[in-house]
Design a protein around this ligand. Structure first.
Ligand SMILES: [Zn+2]
Length: 523
């Protein structure tokens, strides 16, 4: 019986998660043992709350521990721990050296050449040798780890699949972020993970754009994930989309740590992904996964979940090639958007947006005190009863929209990005009261004022009904029971042009006024 076990895996997101069944197996077979895991500090959120380990040793690979003297100190500290079993789960030099000089009573696992003589049992990772080939004879990497452990330690695999846990604070933070993006979310959300480490692992931006448009038209919401390195890629996709500005899109790209990524993926109906670290995070969250594979090998390193769907291009003989660059990229270009959207919709089930009545709020003067050209949080003061009014309509099952003229953009007082940031902030404020605006629509134009980009006689500036029509295009609104609340005649005119009942608010308390409007609507 081993009492003091060290597992070493200092690699990337996927490799670390593929090692989590090893931890489960060790815990089940050695329930009394102290199990320590040594992992890369940069991604240790993946295992921070792993229930099968007693201790996480974080190694700052690129920083502090990159200095040889500090790495030697780490080795010395490990030696003093007198582990009776050391398991190295990747054959790179740094990990192999650490295992070799760990002074563990028994050292097993994979090793790079030169360190193997210090191992008691050297294991042969066939996936590592064959990682460029789909070889059905070789089990998935996660399974291979378990089979090798069974061979050498005689312990039966306990395989719950990949595992990852979050703490309560992360769950709460993620829930608040999700609510402020999607509110009560009367639709299903598909997660998009469009990046990947190598260019050849990335499906085409045009492909993702086409699938995104189709899903929005079918009533789904979209949540974009990925790290800061994926921001350009996501912006490119949004730019290619017909509905790139759609109110059911949330972009979390570059904003999340791995723990929060995991918590948010759980809220998606399906996670659509390239072969990348977040794909394995989704598997560990037991999410439904649709994965697109090009140059890499899905047999050994695909999603480790029976229900996962893997899409590859038919009849491309050169894949998986393992190349990071390619001049034809046919393994990705030959995957059709229809194939991908069909797979996603099948996995998610239909997202049926119910027809509901809607309330359209003018913003300045209705929801907040009109101070002329409000675009900063500090100038935004809620009108009396405004938050209660939004919550009232949420609870009654109305779609809640803001339709606002913002000619301050045309006049050069502020940017569209300022408006979007303010609207996001408004929803964060509302979220704290359990209230939510489903979508904000604004007109940045003016017929005479300002710069050429925004100077035009548009169809969206109230009294034109364009903003209301835009909302009706994105959401199934029951027009007959819908209403608009404005503080200006042109608001009411816009409502009437769209066939919606308009009310002119001129009181002190918007909630009290609303009760009156609802009575009139009922008559
Ligand atoms: Zn406009």
């Amino acid at each position: 019986m081993y009492k003091n076990i060290l597992v070493i895996n200092m690699l990337h997101i996927g490799d670390l998660l593929l090692a989590t069944p090893v931890l489960t197996t060790l815990r089940a077979n050695y329930p009394q043992a102290h199990i320590a895991l040594l992992a890369d500090a940069k991604i240790d959120g993946l295992v921070k709350y792993n229930k099968n380990i007693d201790e996480l040793i974080s190694v700052d690979k690129k920083g502090y521990h990159n200095k040889l003297s500090n790495y030697l100190k780490l080795i010395l500290a490990i030696r003093r721990r007198k582990f009776d079993l050391v398991i190295n789960l990747h054959a790179n030099e740094r990990a192999s050296a650490l295992a070799a000089f760990s002074a563990g009573k028994r050292i097993i696992g994979y090793s790079s050449p030169g360190f193997g003589i210090f191992f008691d049992d050297l294991l042969n990772n066939k996936n590592f040798d064959h990682k460029l080939k789909n070889d059905p004879e070789i089990p998935h990497q996660a399974k291979e780890h378990l089979e090798l452990l069974e061979t050498v330690l005689g312990i039966p695999p306990v395989d719950h699949g990949l595992e990852m846990w979050q703490d309560q604070a992360t769950e709460e933070k993620a829930a608040a972020r999700w609510f402020s993006a999607f509110g009560q979310q009367p639709f299903k959300v598909v997660g998009f993970n469009t990046g990947a480490s190598w260019p050849t692992k990335r499906w085409t931006p045009a492909g993702f754009a086409a699938v995104g448009d189709k899903l929005l038209e079918e009533g789904y919401g979209l949540a974009f994930f990925g790290g800061t390195m994926d921001i350009d890629n996501v912006n490119q996709i949004l730019g290619l989309m017909k509905h790139g500005q759609h109110s059911r899109i949330a972009v979390f790209t570059g904003k999340l740590d791995l723990l929060e990524l995991g918590a948010l993926i759980k809220k998606c109906a399906v996670f659509l992904t390239n072969d990348s670290g977040p794909m394995h995070v989704a598997v560990a969250q037991k999410a439904a996964v649709v994965a697109i594979f090009g140059s890499s090998n899905e047999v050994g390193f695909g999603p480790y979940a029976k229900a996962a769907v893997v899409l590859t291009a038919p009849g491309v003989a050169c894949r998986p090639c393992g190349q990071h660059n390619c001049d034809h990229h046919s393994c990705m270009k030959n995957i059709k958007p229809e194939t991908v959207s069909d797979a996603v919709i099948t996995a998610a089930g239909a997202s049926v947006l119910e027809p509901r009545p809607a309330v359209f709020f003018d913003r300045d003067g209705v929801l907040n005190v009109d101070r002329e050209y409000v675009y900063r949080e500090q100038d935004f003061e809620w009108n009396s009863g405004a938050i209660e009014t939004v919550k009232y309509f949420n609870d009654k099952g109305y779609y809640t929209f803001v339709v606002t003229n913002q000619s301050g953009v045309a006049r050069g007082f502020y940017q569209e990005s300022d408006i979007k940031a303010l609207h996001q902030w408004i929803n964060e404020e509302l979220a704290r009261h359990g209230a939510h605006i489903d979508a904000f629509y604004y007109c940045p134009h003016h017929p005479e004022a300002g710069n050429a980009t925004y100077r035009k006689a548009c169809a969206c500036r109230k009294p034109q009904p364009g903003l209301i029509f835009q909302a009706m295009q994105e959401w199934p609104v029951e027009i007959a029971n819908s209403l608009l609340i404005g503080d200006n005649k042109r608001d009411v005119a816009a409502a009437e042009a769209a066939g919606v009942k308009g009310f002119l608010f001129d009181g002190d308390n918007i909630y009290e006024a609303t009760q009156k409007y609802i009575r009139i609507m009922g008559e």
